[in-house]
Design a protein around this ligand. Sequence first.
Ligand SMILES: [Zn+2]
Length: 117
Amino acid sequence: MANHATVRLGSYTIPLIGIDPAATREQCDRCHDRFHFQSVQLNPAGNQWLCEKCMKQGPMENLLDGLSQHAKFLTKAELKTELSARGIDVDSFLKTSHAIIAKHKKQKRKSDKPGSL
Ligand SMILES: [Zn+2]
């Protein structure tokens, strides 16, 4: 590990003698690890600085990441409106989920009953 900072220029690594390596470290907005500033890049959405590894994450991870960040700022009612706009009926979705869980619990109770075969 070099004890001075470096910059990459094409295929060359230029030493910056007398400059602390910490000076060229940038934090990744997703994994919060620190990397050389030249390997941390602005994501396509332009709202996060990401390391190479986080940048390679699939679109689904990016979407989920964006959603969970977004959801922090939404009230329950706003979230419901957002989902409805995307064609998701929250109420019926919840009702269906509850029905499935209730049915499962009922079946479990039946099978747990002693003496029943
Ligand atoms: Zn990262």
